[in-house]
Design a protein around this ligand. Structure first.
Ligand code: CU
Length: 118
């Protein structure tokens, strides 16, 4: 009698553990996916990569300069402007409103890119 009770408890515990693993697994996978969504623009060989980056509202976009010359990230509308970024310097801006944001490098105005916030 006592032993059957113990086995019943054990079986319930095992079921709860399996259930929690099954429930928690997809949640963990999803949050990792959200974290790894690219919000980085590499400045390399006088180009922005990707040239057009699409992000959800409230995303922080980070530009990182991989060139050995300084670049300045400047919004066409004057919304944001970085300082001169040396090699491996980063600049971040958070986009809180949906829209298309064109930008360029104020040192090399031929370098252009776009952030699409939706
Ligand atoms: Cu530049």
């Amino acid at each position: 009698m006592k032993r059957r009770f113990f086995i019943a408890i054990l079986a319930t515990a095992v079921q709860l553990i399996i259930a929690s693993i099954l429930i928690l697994q997809p949640v963990r996978a999803r949050s990792e996916e959200a974290k790894s969504s690219p919000t980085e623009v590499r400045v390399d060989n006088f180009t922005f990569a990707p040239q057009t980056l699409t992000v959800p509202v409230n995303s922080t976009v980070t530009w990182i300069n991989k060139d050995d010359v300084p670049h300045v990230i400047a919004s066409n509308e004057g919304l944001f402007k970085s300082k001169a970024l040396d090699t491996d310097d980063k600049y971040s801006y958070t986009f809180t409103t949906a829209g298309t944001y064109a930008y360029y490098c104020s040192v090399h105005p031929r370098m252009v890119g776009k952030i699409v916030v939706q």
